[in-house]
Design a binder for this molecule. Structure first.
Ligand code: G6P
Ligand code: MG
Length: 219
């Protein structure tokens, strides 16, 4: 039985993935190299520290410990500049109605995000009160694809992993859900998220009952 939904935040509930990209691009440019949207796919779902390590690898650069910390702060300050102006209009199409459909069916809902800014974003878009549990980047030490974020969310909800359906837009996040032994629905492009049990372009025109029915028996 599937009794709980665990939602990633960036790129699933809210359209913040573009702001992460813009802030990382600005940082890469300030370090003297470019950062493309194609490269950005590898960063989705990945923690801030791991993201910077990947970007520096791409740019063939190394930073001292102090400069690394300063770069993380600069990126986050730019990111905060972007998200400080967002509101409910940035909720992705159909996401709120979908969340409601799960709650109406009596399912528990949790957030499972690598972001340390998750609570701030949920406040800004008015969804903070909707979740039964919130596990974010402040509560986990291992980045996706490690399953920690989703395993903790299931624990906080008091359900087994096999009862959970994870919604993810990132390759690393899909892998984290599989590593947690959960059902996983990819939100985005099937060719990118092909490891997910089911992939939807977004939440428009669907609800939790349709999604549960579309999951393969073996999933
Ligand atoms: C999400 C995003 C990543 C981001 C990570 C950490 O998983 O998909 O792009 O790097 O959260 O976010 P933060 O807001 O803590 O920098
Ligand atoms: Mg995401």
């Amino acid at each position: 039985m599937k009794t709980a939904c665990i939602f990633d935040l960036d790129g699933v509930i809210v359209d913040t993935a573009k702001y992460h990209y813009l802030a990382w691009k600005r940082l890469a440019n300030s370090l003297g190299f470019d950062f493309t949207e194609h490269d950005n796919e590898k960063l989705k779902g990945v923690s801030r520290i791991e993201s910077l390590k990947l970007i520096l690898q791409l740019g063939g650069q190394q930073l001292s410990e102090a400069d690394f910390e300063a770069a993380l702060t600069r990126k986050n300050n730019w990111y905060l500049e972007y998200i400080n102006t967002i509101g409910p209009e940035e909720i992705l199409p159909g996401a709120f109605a979908f969340l409601q459909s799960a709650k109406q069916l009596g399912m528990k809902v949790a957030l499972g995000s690598a972001s340390k800014n998750a609570v701030l974003i949920l406040q800004r878009i008015g969804l903070l009160e909707q979740f039964d549990a919130i596990v974010d980047g402040n509560k986990v030490s291992k980045a996706k694809p490690d399953p920690e974020v989703f395993t903790k969310a299931a624990q906080e909800l008091g359900v087994d992993a096999r009862q959970c359906i994870v919604f993810e837009d990132a390759v690393a996040g899909v892998q984290a859900a599989l590593n947690a032994d959960m059902h996983v629905v990819g939100i985005g492009e099937a060719k990118v998220l092909h490891q997910a049990h089911v992939v939807l372009p977004n939440f428009s025109g669907t609800n939790i009952e349709q999604v549960v029915q579309s999951l393969p028996e073996s999933a």
